[in-house]
Each structure stands twice: as C-alpha cells, then as structure tokens.
Design a protein around this ligand. Structure first.
Ligand code: G3I
Length: 318
C-alpha cells in the first residue's frame, strides 16, 4: 500500500526565468510548511541540461534549492532523471560518439549526479521515457548508439553509485494494459535476466479528464509490474482538460485522481503518488497544450479542485 503522497516542485529561479513572479509565499506555505505533502521531486534541476551542461562540469545549484528544502521540511525525496533524451545537454547530442565513448559519458554522468545526491534520494528515475507508443524503443542518441545496452549501462552504474536508492524506469502511457506497458515489462525483464538491479517502475500518469483509465486498468497494470518483482509509483500525476474548467470536467478529473490514488492504496507494491506540481499556473500543461490546463489540485487563486476531495476519499477508503 501507499507510503507517501507528494508534489513535485521547481526552484523559484527556474519559474522566474519561465516568466513568473519571484516569490509565492502562499505556494511555499502549502508546499513546504503544510502537511499536504510528504514527498517531493525536483521537476527540472537534476536533469542533464542543468546538472552537467558541459562535459565534466557539474552544477547542482537549481537542484539543491529543492532538495535542501525537502530535507529541511522532512519530505521524502524522489530524484529525476538521469538518462533522458529530452532536456539533455546539447553537447551529448551534438557529438558523434562511438559506443565506448557514449558508455563512458553515461557512466560519468550517473557517477557525478547520483554520487552528489548519494543517500538523499528514496528513488532515482534512472532511465526516463525510452519507449515509443507501440512499445518499441524510442530513437535517441543513447538508443541509436548503444541499442538496449544503454539501459543496462545506466542501471548497472546506478546500482553501484547509490546502493540505497531504489532504481526506477519511468514512462508515460504505461498506466493501462497495452503494448507500451508491455514494453516497460520487457525492460524490467531485460535487466533482471542480466542480474542488473531495477527496483521500480514509475507510471508518470499524465491524464486527460475525459478519457482517463479506470481503477481496474490501474490495478491490473500495477500487478503486471509487481509480479515481475518491482515496486510501482505514480510519479507525475496530473489530469488536464480544456480551460476554463467546466463542472463536468472537474468531476471527471476527480474520478481520474481518485482512480489512480485508489489503485495505489489497494495494491501492495504501489509505494506512492506524486503529482507533477500542485498549483495550476506552474503546470507544464498550458505551454505544451494551448487551451488546456487546470490539471492539478489548486487553482490559480489557491482554492482547491474537487479532485482534492477525490484524493482524500481514495486515501481514506471512502
Ligand atoms: O531554464 C529555461 C530558461 O532559461 C528559459 O528562459 C525559459 C523560457 O521559457 O525556459 C526555461 O526552461 C524551461 C524548463 O522547463 C524550466 O523551467 C523550458 O522552457 C520548459 O520546456 C521546461 O519544461 C519542463 C518539461 O519537463 C520539459 O520537457 C517542465 O517544467 C517539466 O515539468 C516537464 O516534466 C516532464 C518530466 O520531466 C518527464 N515527464 C513529462 C513531464 C512533463 O513534460
């Protein structure tokens, strides 16, 4: 059953650069001082683009703003993400690597970043979004150069650098049974068959209010993973809709949140739920899907969505 309920967050500097005000006292109060969240994930700071912008030059400034607040306020920390094709430092993609060279680049990156946060992270997203929608591997500098060996290299290295951190494969659209979820199962088996440690699968859970998965879908997907000997977490839950939000949209959204949290509560082996920020204006959705938003649990005026009650109902088994 579920061990934590948390919200991912970014550093104020990152938000400011993206065009927001510098200070949000009400936001900070809810994020850090209230008892709403027992866990957090830095949404950006630990990613390759920010943590190793030039080869061998590590920068943990943005990440540490979030991780130190997490420690100070006793939040469990999930760490995100070591090997990902997106928000990758340009130098990684702009070079023609031999497989041996790129292996060294991956090993050095994981050693530097994971080593820096050693002992601080409950879990690390070691590889993020390696799959296409049809379950095949996504083309990336990593896959194109190394094939599926890049997964083995990443997890093998991670297992040595921080033996106490749970090692996760993390992806979206793997919350319902289907070819992409099967692809993620294949990754778990690939690593386990080689004796390489993988501890968990992260279901990102970026949903749409009108067409969200049922609780039974969630439960059978989660069990599909736990049967393979890994734990599961909902790592980036949000539920978007057309804005301005309608009452109907908010009701469907409540159902979507309740289904995900309820499934995690019910299935042994699902360890927690993280929402991808909690405050609508800071969601990744509006810039990426113009006309959509209201994906989180707090509106712009800091009132709560009906979905907040859906989460509480799921947590208390109502
Ligand atoms: O740091 C730059 C700043 O220098 C620049 O001036 C500003 C201009 O808009 O952008 C800033 O970078 C933004 C960055 O977030 C930090 O704020 C990027 O434009 C923006 O694209 C980036 O978005 C992030 C997105 O990942 C990138 O793919 C979101 O905040 C983040 O929430 C989102 O998270 C991902 C997960 O990591 C993986 N799963 C999907 C999820 C949603 O896309």
């Amino acid at each position: 059953g579920l061990k934590y309920f948390g919200a991912a967050t970014d550093s104020p500097g990152q938000r400011e650069r993206a065009g927001f005000e510098s200070a949000y006292p009400q936001y900070d109060e809810i994020m850090w001082k209230s008892r709403e969240f027992g866990q957090t994930t830095p949404t950006n700071g630990q990613k390759w683009l920010f943590s190793e912008p030039k080869r061998g030059e590590f920068n943990f400034t943005e990440a540490t703003i979030v991780t130190s607040l997490a420690h100070k306020n006793h939040k469990t920390l999930r760490c995100h993400a070591l090997v990902w094709h997106s928000q990758l430092a340009p130098w990684v993609e702009e070079t023609e690597w031999t497989p041996e060279e790129l292996e060294q680049v991956i090993v050095d990156h994981i050693t530097g970043v994971m080593g820096h946060f050693k002992g601080e992270c409950y879990a690390w997203d070691v590889v993020n979004e390696a799959l296409n929608e049809d379950g095949t591997y996504r083309s990336s500098v990593f896959y194109d150069t190394l094939g599926e060996d890049f997964l083995k290299i990443a997890f093998r290295t991670a297992s040595k650098i921080d033996p106490d951190a749970k090692l996760y494969y993390n992806d979206y659209n793997i919350e319902s049974p289907g070819v992409k979820a099967e692809g993620a199962q294949r990754i778990v088996r690939l690593l386990k068959d080689e004796g390489i440690r993988i501890d968990g699968v992260g279901l990102q859970a970026h949903f749409v209010a009108e067409s969200h998965p049922t609780i039974d879908d969630h439960i059978s997907t989660i069990k599909g993973f736990t049967k393979l000997g890994v734990e599961v977490a909902f790592t980036e839950l949000d539920v978007r809709m057309q804005v301005n939000a309608t009452e109907k949209g908010l009701v469907l959204q409540k159902e979507a949140y309740k289904n995900a949290v309820g499934a995690c509560v019910q299935v042994c082996g699902c360890v927690g739920v993280t929402i991808w920020d909690f405050y609508d204006p800071f969601s990744w959705v509006p810039p990426v899907f113009p006309g959509q938003g209201a994906a989180l649990l707090w509106f712009e005026d800091f009132t709560k969505h009906p979905a907040y009650d859906g989460v509480v109902e799921a947590l208390t088994n109502n």
